[in-house]
Ligand binder design. Structure first.
Ligand SMILES: [Zn+2]
Length: 241
């Protein structure tokens, strides 16, 4: 199966936490940026509760995780990383969150938005995080109809952000529901490097990192084999008419 055409120049990922986007699409981001396309990330939270260490403050962890995400984004050639800094673990699909996302969509004008699946309670590796559903729902509702409509959020017009039409959405698809698969065989090592930048989450223990890497290689090669390549990232593709 040949890879379907994908001629877009500006792609924006909208996710809940640092590291989400690297699981979701770091291989694709590296590929697309190497082709001269513009990739931007919007993170709804800074992952400030993502630790089992009671001595780690949420402020300090947010700062560490933002640095880790910026480093990971640099590995794969991302232009800009935007942190909306909503509190971790309690993210809700609210109108203020949707508006903050609309502002970024109108400012950066992506043709394609990449996000999670707002319906996903279960994943192949267990329960999905509620923040992932909330960020995905907010992202989709920002894309359609709010970023497009002149009369939604009129104060954004006054801020200098007129309506913008996103043309397609790519939604994560880890449950055999993909219909758009990106061959990331040439950039998979960069995806691994990006994921390893999230030291606060993956640690530095070599044995643990080897196991992590093995699981990733196995998981993404299972997607790759479907299109006859070594590694691939899976999405569900939706056109917005
Ligand atoms: Zn997450």
């Amino acid at each position: 199966m040949a890879e379907p055409s994908f001629d877009y120049q500006r792609i924006m990922a909208i996710v809940a936490h640092p590291d989400d986007v690297d699981f979701l699409m770091a291989g694709s981001a590296a590929k697309w940026s190497s082709e001269g396309r513009e990739i931007n990330y919007v993170l709804c939270t800074s992952g400030d509760t993502g630790t089992a260490n009671p001595d780690m403050s949420t402020d300090k962890l947010a700062s560490i995780r933002e640095q880790e995400q910026r480093a990971a984004a640099d590995v794969v050639g991302v232009k800009e990383v935007v942190f909306l800094r909503y509190p971790d673990n309690t993210l809700q699909n609210t109108i203020p969150l949707r508006k903050d996302i609309v502002r970024q969509i109108r400012r950066l004008k992506p043709e394609v938005v990449v996000c999670g699946n707002p319906l996903s309670y279960f994943t192949p590796w267990g329960l999905n995080h509620p923040d992932h559903r909330a960020s995905a729902a907010a992202a989709l509702e920002a894309v359609f109809p709010s970023a497009r409509d002149y009369h939604s959020f009129p104060d954004l017009i006054r801020e200098g952000f007129p309506p913008h039409n996103v043309q397609e959405v790519l939604i994560e698809a880890y449950s055999n529901d993909e219909d758009f698969v990106v061959d990331v065989s040439g950039t998979f090592e960069l995806k691994l490097s990006a994921l390893k930048m999230h030291e606060s989450q993956v640690g530095t223990d070599p044995a643990r990192l080897r196991q992590f890497e093995k699981q990733l290689r196995e998981g993404y090669s299972r997607i790759g084999i479907k299109i006859g390549v070594i590694y691939a990232e899976p999405f569900k593709r939706i056109s917005i008419l």
